[in-house]
Design a protein around this ligand. Sequence first.
Ligand SMILES: Cc1ncc(COP(=O)(O)O)c(C=O)c1O
Length: 435
Amino acid sequence: MKRNETLIWERNKHIPRGPFNTHPIFAQKAKGALIIDVDGKEYVDFAGGIGVANVGHCDEEVVKAIRDQAGQYIHTCFHVVMYEPYVELAKRLNALTPGQFSKKTLFVNSGAEAVENAVKVARHATGRPGLIAFDDAFHGRTLLALSLTSKTKPYKYGFAPFVPEVYRMPYAYCYRCAFGLKYPSCEMRCANFLKEFFQIHVPPEHVAALIAEPVLGEGGFVVPPKEFFKILQGICHDNGILLIADEVQSGFGRTARMFAIEHYGVEPDLITMAKSMAGGLPLGAVTGRSELMDHPQVGGLGGTFAGNPLACRAALAVLDQFEKKGLLARAEKIGERVLKTFKEFYDQYPAVGDVRGLGAMVGMELVVDRKTKEPATALTKQLIEFCREKGLLMIPAGRNSNIIRPLMPLAITDEQLERGLTIIEHGLQDIHQSR
Ligand SMILES: Cc1ncc(COP(=O)(O)O)c(C=O)c1O
């Protein structure tokens, strides 16, 4: 087997630099919450392939479902010859997603494609072009999704022109409030700002949908106050604007509910999902009100590989495993443990500026100075590298890449979780001593 060093050299020779690599290692094997690299080193995985491995790497039932399906048929294209797993999975998701109304589901290949299709459905159904997205949002890298994504470098830089009719307003990022206010005395200025937004940026009659992540993923695990989405939805509803919840990262149990928006008591018109749906196979979905989903004409939606049978079978196994293994309850427990530990880090280490979380979506923001809140980008990189050396894989988030966002598989054992948290603590100690 080739070693990391050789493979990195080959990677640099044959693959463009654009697709980034957080860690200079190649995988040999992955199981549960552990990854072994080609040099034989074992890592606890707090990245989960960016929130994809919620059910754990190579879950036995998921692998079995994929193997079984591969022995029957791998691809017929749903548009040519249909297959049951597509229908079965749609049925399950229609029942599982929030919303006491009739729903339908469309499958695609990725999160970005899910976002693109939700927008297509929303525009078709409302006959309006406008889209409202948020600061620090991440909705994908295809050109429409990228137009909705917020971070300039590295995501958007050099890729203009973007899709027109995208309008952007501040998110409920309380630690760095765009209005300089404090919750709850702010009286949810950020959400109520939407009314003013219609006066100064775009008239409501022009807007098809408002798209929001219920908890910011790439934006840094930012958890809005509980009223945020209720207020937004109320204003949207009054103006005939659809609410799209982008659950690509927050969905499938990460916040200890199947979908994070459930915490807010809001029923979105359309929900996008992908990442951890199919245990690692590429699959995305849009679930929404039947009358909206049925609006585009026959042939207006779809794709050659969209809703691939292997991915649908894997996703059905993932849903079964969520029930069998009680992964929502497990997410709650993991979240409590991580939040408690991160709060202890806050008490001990001045570099920790903020800790916040919802279920197992817990973020820790690092700063150079607690007063100025200057983001500690270099320090975060240093911490992540220290952790890798000691056998823990993590990824950063946030507009300044200064937020630690654990996305460990929910199948992680207590021992592996403790091992990972201890390594982070050692990293913070190391930083503290070298300051
Ligand atoms: C909230 C959200 N939406 C969309 C996407 C895009 O998903 P994909 O990378 O599968 O295209 C991501 C990816 O990180 C995401 O976090």
